[in-house]
Ligand binder design. Sequence first.
Ligand code: CMP
Length: 133
Amino acid sequence: MDKTLAIIKPDATKKRIIGKIIERIEAEGFTIARMKLVHLTKDEAKGFYIVHKEKGFYDSLTEFMSSGPVVIMVLEAENAVRLWRDAMGATDPALAKPGTIRHAHGFSIERNATHGSDARETAEWEIDYFFKK
Ligand code: CMP
């Protein structure tokens, strides 16, 4: 079965919509294979988003991602990466279609409620980053 990594970001945990987002995940047909609630350190957030280290938003993004608890999950389904990205909608909530999670719950491109891996290889790397035994 295909896997992807999902994160419920600090803006969403602060708004107390963890349950709503998990309900949506289950309604989409995913199996939640792993799940943990953690408060990342800034270094852990920086390591996770290392591919963006040259970007202007890297410091702000990693500061935000370590500003409060996040829920990190491994989701399983056929075409898990695509299915989860479709459910989330566009990265920028302003561009996300009605019916998507980011349209309903995102506030800005940074505070966009959820994260999802962008490809199968990325998913493997991201799952290892948080769940390596
Ligand atoms: P995410 O799916 O977590 O992957 C990388 C994140 O970087 C993305 O969601 C956004 O929250 C953030 N991001 C991408 N582009 C920008 C941008 N132009 N400004 C601020 N944050 C961004």
